[in-house]
Design a binder for this molecule. Structure first.
Ligand SMILES: Nc1ncnc2c1ncn2[C@@H]1O[C@H](COP(=O)(O)OP(=O)(O)OP(=O)(O)O)[C@@H](O)[C@H]1O
Ligand SMILES: [Mg+2]
Length: 145
């Protein structure tokens, strides 16, 4: 029998109000993510391709609950997480994360790449298995584009 998926997304939707004024009943919404479903198995890689603004980042943010989905179901490792409160969500944050596409905003230029990328592996009570990153220091690589 095949293993259940690590991540299962069903009918996920995220709508943003276009006009944020309160008490408007005729509000319009951007349908940033509209009815997305997929399964992802352990060890599998999924590439999401689409034009700018089609909702790729919004989908990822909803899955890791940096945004509240408007509708849909998210199951991670056999557990429904779309309505989990922060307290129960926090331990799961060790298991998944986003690497944001803007390196200047997400990577600290004062730290070495090894220190940044290795930080989760050195975190206490890390559930990630594998060899620990080497603490051996090497000279910084020459600057390149
Ligand atoms: N916080 C927000 N409030 C309102 N609208 C938003 C918000 N975040 C995203 N949107 C809108 O949702 C749509 C999807 O945006 P998103 O950033 O997910 O696209 P993307 O596919 O990641 O684009 P890119 O390839 O440029 O990164 C766009 O129309 C965007 O303007
Ligand atoms: Mg994006």
């Amino acid at each position: 029998m095949s293993e259940p998926p690590l991540l299962s997304v069903r009918n996920l939707k995220k709508f943003f109000p276009v006009d944020r004024r309160a008490f408007r009943h005729d509000r319009e919404f951007v349908h940033a993510v509209d009815d997305v479903s997929f399964d992802l198995a352990k060890g599998e890689t999924l590439g999401l391709v689409g034009e700018s603004g089609c909702g790729k980042s919004t989908l990822a943010r909803c899955i890791v609950r940096l945004l509240e989905p408007t509708a849909g179901e998210i199951e991670f490792d056999g557990r429904r997480i779309e309505h989990l409160r922060l307290r129960k969500l926090r331990p799961l944050r060790r298991e998944f994360q986003i690497v944001f596409q803007d390196p200047y905003a997400s990577l600290n230029p004062r730290k070495r790449v090894g220190a940044i990328v290795g930080a989760p592996l050195r975190a206490p009570r890390s559930t990630i298995r594998g060899p620990r990153p080497s603490s051996r220091r090497s000279p910084p690589p020459p600057f390149s584009e």
